[in-house]
Design a protein around this ligand. Structure first.
Ligand code: GH3
Ligand code: MG
Ligand code: MG
Length: 395
């Protein structure tokens, strides 16, 4: 099979048009993600630019070559904007367009016209490098598809720089069709890989991100940002299992905000929500990295404390209760005076499950409520063979 550069270029244009259409279609399904639309438009600009690049030498009309250079620098400008938008960073349109405008203006003057190829490649390379840097900065979001996107974008910037050097050295003339085995052959071949690869990995990244958001929504309580009941029970059980294997103690604290219904009734639901958030914020500040904190429901919370004895758990729960009472004297300017009651228990035999520990802590919490609230109580776990109390609070 014989493959020449014009065939490769036409193929590149077709691939870019298809990739652009696919990204625009994906955007039409998910219009909140404007990066898909911008990257799609960049691919369409690229497809049109490549076509104009072919038409220039064929029709001997400079307008096609000028248009191709403008479009071919517009595409990376838009890719830069799309990469910024993907990570919710600002990207003024004027910066994305400035390269194309400069190349357009340079084409209008005989003195600068001969340098537009060089300018176009240099500006494209700079945009792509900036796009790769943006994607790199956002790498803390652990999405696997981000890495190939960074590599493909940085590699494309490097290949365009090689093209720029070839133009600069004069190994490629302006307006002529280069050979397949030249720097420009490499650019067109690599461009196809770039266009296809980035389209695939952008879609993969968006999918990965959506899945991570759904997982998060299934595990995180939206009001407080801490684990919901299901996620807490799962993580807590895992931690208890690990402590059991390592023969480490594990304690469980349980909290219930006092007379919360009356806070809602007196100050309104929004203030009630603020009190719940304040409790979570204060408790979170006291946690160690392996502790598991969750909202069991309404105004009830629990924490699993691996490696913590009952006395240490008791002291920590008291500290939380005191700082909450202090921190919630006034909420949103209102004299709320919220308090919290709590119960703590410890795993005292190897078979104990999180459910059993929560039952013990709940029984102690019930004791704290009956004794007048705003206090912490230890569970009575001195039954035969260290069995936990079977008292389960029902209200
Ligand atoms: P106790 O001291 O015995 O715990 O009394 P309490 O009033 O705190 O207990 P009760 O179970 O009677 O009331 C809990 C209230 O918590 C009722 C419910 O409307 C309120 N609540 C549950 N979830 C939320 C929430 O997300 N936001 C707000 N503002 N209120 C909530
Ligand atoms: Mg309650
Ligand atoms: Mg309550």
């Amino acid at each position: 099979m014989h493959l020449d550069l014009p065939t490769l270029v036409v193929m590149g244009s077709f691939v870019a048009a298809c990739a652009g259409a696919v990204l625009l279609f994906a955007w039409s399904q998910n219009q909140k993600i404007s990066a898909l639309a911008i990257w799609g438009l960049a691919n369409l600009a690229n497809a049109a630019g490549i076509l104009c690049l072919m038409l220039g030498p064929a029709l001997h009309q400079p307008v096609w070559s000028i248009s191709s250079r403008i479009l071919l620098v517009l595409a990376p400008g838009l890719i830069w904007k799309a990469a910024r938008s993907l990570d919710a960073r600002s990207a003024p349109l004027v910066i994305a367009l400035v390269g194309a405008v400069v190349v357009g203006l340079a084409s209008g003057f005989p003195g600068t016209r001969d340098f537009t190829g060089l300018l176009s490649l240099g500006a494209s390379s700079a945009y792509l490098l900036a796009a790769a840097a943006t994607l790199w900065v956002g790498r803390t979001e652990s999405l696997a598809a981000r890495w190939p996107l960074i590599i493909l974008t940085a590699a494309h910037a490097a290949v365009l720089s090689i093209g720029m050097l070839s133009t600069f050295n004069g190994s490629i003339g302006q307006g002529e069709i280069p050979a397949l085995l030249s720097a420009f052959g490499l650019i067109h071949f690599e461009s196809i890989i770039f266009t296809l690869g980035t389209a695939v990995f952008i879609l993969a990244l968006v999918k990965e991100r959506n899945e991570a958001a759904s997982r998060m929504a299934a595990n995180i309580d939206p009001l407080t940002g801490i684990a919901n009941r299901t996620a807490f029970l799962e993580s807590g059980e895992r931690v208890i299992e690990r402590c059991r294997r390592d023969s480490m103690p594990v304690s469980v604290m349980m909290f219930d905000l006092d007379r919360f219904k009356s806070i809602n009734d007196t100050h309104g639901h929004a203030v009630g929500d603020a009190v719940i958030r304040k409790f979570c914020e204060l408790t979170r500040a006291t946690l160690r990295p392996n502790d598991v904190f969750g909202r069991l429901g309404g105004e009830e919370f629990a924490v699993v404390l691996p490696g913590s004895g009952i006395e240490a758990a008791f002291v920590r729960a008291e500290r939380i209760s005191t700082s909450f009472a202090e921190g919630c004297r006034f909420v949103e300017g209102r004299p709320v005076n919220a308090t919290v009651s709590g119960g703590v228990s410890i795993s005292i035999n190897a078979e104990q499950t999180l459910t059993a520990l929560l039952e013990s802590s709940d029984a102690a919490l019930y004791g704290a409520k009956s004794e007048g609230r705003n206090r912490i109580r230890r569970a009575d776990q001195s039954g035969p063979k260290g069995d936990v109390s079977t008292v389960i609070r029902v209200a």
